[in-house]
Design a binder for this molecule. Structure first.
Ligand SMILES: [Zn+2]
Length: 235
């Protein structure tokens, strides 16, 4: 239950160029027919672009795709891995980083009601949710769990969001312009992270929800009483 980890098998289904494919870079303007049209010599630069990359260029390509890392004895294995899994250096690095940094976490997905706003967020399957009674949270019945910004990714809807602020203007109350739902926001307690509405997550990845009341009505007092709340958005 609650398993949403990205697996190498899933990544392997990704299509696209990879360092193993020795394909010359696509010349700008789709001028791949240059070779066929012999006779008139293409401009020097164009000819260069249409040719296969030399060893130097190939090395440059590899470096751009992750070979620039000091991989040492793992260099060959890394390149073989990219080839076998048909992933780019960037995709492989993401896979590795996700696996390492998000150990024990699951990838939840969620969004607003109309579907304009969609996001993914890495968090525990057992959510610790704050129920705040401040002026705005009370009115919209805001409950949220906090994550570092690095674990949250807006998949779509950046232009569909409206932002409401008041008082200190520290919290950014973001909501969908179409359906009005606040599926995530930037809390005043954690301006470097996000507060996610557990009730806006898709089904299937939440194992349990623990709700803790926060006395946001007396904000300064509440934050003093919960000194660890600020650490929740630290990467
Ligand atoms: Zn919406």
């Amino acid at each position: 239950m609650g398993k949403a980890r990205r697996t190498p098998a899933a990544a392997a289904t990704r299509k696209g160029p990879h360092p193993g494919a020795k394909k010359p870079p696509e010349p700008p303007g789709g001028a791949r027919g240059d070779r066929a049209s012999k006779g008139k010599a293409p401009p020097r630069q164009k000819a260069r672009e249409a040719e296969s990359p030399g060893p130097e260029e190939e090395e440059q390509q590899q470096q751009q795709q992750g070979g620039a890392l000091a991989l040492g004895a793992q260099q060959d294995r890394w390149l073989q891995f990219l080839k076998r899994q048909r992933v780019s250096g960037e995709e492989a690095a993401k896979l590795l980083l996700d696996t390492f940094e998000y150990q024990g976490l699951v990838k939840h997905t969620g969004g607003c009601h109309c579907g304009s706003v969609r996001f993914e967020v890495w968090a525990s399957a057992d959510l610790h949710v704050f129920d705040c009674n401040c002026s705005i949270c009370a009115k919209k019945q805001n409950r949220h769990f906090i994550v570092p910004a690095s674990r949250f990714k807006l998949l779509k809807g950046a232009d569909d969001l409206a932002t409401y602020t008041f008082n200190t203007h520290c919290a950014k109350h973001t909501f969908c312009k179409t359906c009005g739902i606040q599926s995530f926001y930037t809390p005043r307690s954690n301006p470097d992270g996000y507060g996610i509405a557990p009730h806006c997550l898709d089904e299937g990845t939440v194992r349990s929800v623990t709700i803790e009341a926060i006395n946001g009505k007396e904000w300064e007092k509440a934050i003093k009483a919960h000194p660890t709340i600020k650490t929740l958005s630290k990467p």
